[in-house]
Every structure is written in C-alpha cells, then in structure tokens.
Design a protein around this ligand. Structure first.
Ligand SMILES: [Fe+2]
Ligand SMILES: [Fe+2]
Length: 260
C-alpha cells in the first residue's frame, strides 16, 4: 500500500490545489491514503475549520499540525472531537486536542499519524522522545500503520528522532523547514525517513512568504505582516510504500506536483 505524505500546506491557494489534486491521485490508483501537515493553511498560520472540512472531503485521510497548530482557535473543537487530526504531542500537558490521529481505510486497515515538535531553535516544548514513547505504546494497539511527522528546525534533531523511531513506525518524515532534503531513505530497521519533505505552497518567495516584506524586516528590524507569496505553487511530499503485515516501509520516493 502506498501513502502520500504532504508537507506543510501554506495558505488557501495551496489548500485548493490539494483539494483539486488528491481525488485524481487517489482515483488513478497511484496512492491509497493521504496524510498532510496543515499547520500553515490559514493564511500561513493555523488551520481553519472550513479548510479541515475541505481537505478531508477531498480525500486527505489524516492531518497533522506543527508549532502553528493553535493559531486558529476555531480548530480546537475539531481537535478534541475528530480523530482524523492531531496537534503536536509534546505541547503543554493541558493543551486541548488529540495527539494521535487515527482512521480506518477501505479494507479495514487502521492508519495512524502523530507529530512532535523539535526543541532546537524553536519555542519551548516537552521532550519529543518521551512523547514518542508514550504514543507508540498506544499506536501499537490502535493502528496497523503508523506515520510520524517530525516537525522541527534542526537536521540533527530530526535525524535523532528518526533513528529512535526506526523499526517502530512505517515512516518518520520531517516538516517545518519547508524545503525538501535529498536524504530520503529506508533506515536499517525498515522505517522510511526524510529530514524534510518540503511544503505545499508558493515557492516564489521565502518559505511561502513574499520576498520583499521579509527583506524589509531583515534590513530594518521593524516587524510587519509578511503576506503569502503567490507564484510557483507546488505540492511537495513523499510517497511511502508499506508492507502491510510487517508495518514497515519497502520504499520511499519524493513527491512533487505542479499544475500546468
Ligand atoms: Fe512549523
Ligand atoms: Fe510550516
């Protein structure tokens, strides 16, 4: 079975592109399930409830989030009640919302996803290793296939988390830095890994934001809103092939799509 994992969806235009392309990809038989990180969907920060509905209706099976998870407060009731989405598992202990997303695919296969935040060059978070160990104990009984979203800034931290997850999940895939890395591989014990799968967003800018605004802030030190870029919309991610009975991966390939 083949799972498409999409990196950070940035902005409404990118949500619309995912909504347009996912049904075709699924209908064509190229992929069986889709997991997407949607932390930047709402104008670059957070996820609107209408976007959650649009993505799930289009065939995105599970959604993960990141450091911008709770920017849109309206997502909290969905995080608490809909099992198809999770917020990072190592936020404050009383943070609302599911930390393990689970769904049952056609054929009865139970697919789960979770995300953890890194702690290097990021806001304070609980230990991601402890969160992973806690989730794995649950995921073992709740799912047949588990995918981990490593939402972190530092390469070394993502690699460490990936190595820790080797043999324990089908895939451990990085998000947050928005630029795909060239290190997709199968780790020794069968977990598919990539330090960052890239973003689904406008590439004619700086990680999804308009270059000129970022330049002005960098030169002046004066903060200002950074509007989203608009050009060169692309979806980036990875396709992971999974051996069902063994819960491990047999292949990983980068995924990238643009519209004519
Ligand atoms: Fe992020
Ligand atoms: Fe992001």
């Amino acid at each position: 079975m083949r799972i498409l994992f999409l990196g950070d969806i940035v902005g409404g235009a990118s949500v619309d592109m995912v909504v347009r392309l996912v049904p075709t990809l699924k209908a064509g038989g190229r992929i069986d399930a889709v997991i997407a990180n949607a932390e930047n969907a709402a104008a670059g920060s957070g996820l609107a409830s209408s976007q959650f509905r649009a993505l799930t209706q289009a065939g995105v099976d599970l959604l993960t989030l990141g450091d911008h998870a709770l920017r849109k407060r309206e997502i909290v009731p969905i995080l608490e009640n809909d099992r198809r989405i999770c917020r990072p598992a190592n936020l404050a202990p009383r943070c609302p919302g599911n930390d393990l997303a689970v769904t049952t695919l056609p054929g009865g296969i139970r697919l789960a996803a979770f995300c953890v935040l890194g702690r290097t060059f990021m806001k304070p978070a609980e230990c991601p290793l402890e969160a992973i160990d806690r989730l794995l104990a649950r995921a073992e009984s709740e799912a047949d296939i588990v995918v981990a979203d490593l939402h972190a800034e530092a390469t070394a931290e993502k690699l460490l988390l990936g190595r820790h997850l080797d043999g324990k999940v089908a895939a451990a895939l990085g998000t947050h830095t928005h630029v795909p890395t060239a290190d997709h591989c199968l780790l020794p014990l069968g977990t598919a890994y990539q330090t960052d799968v890239g973003m689904c967003g406008p590439h004619d800018g700086v990680l999804g934001r308009q270059t000129e605004a970022v330049l002005r802030t960098t030169r002046s030190g004066l903060s200002e809103p950074w509007p989203l870029a608009t050009g060169d919309l692309r979806l980036n991610g990875a396709i992971v092939e999974i051996e069902l009975g063994k819960r491990r991966a047999t292949a990983i390939e980068p995924f990238s799509a643009r519209e004519p």
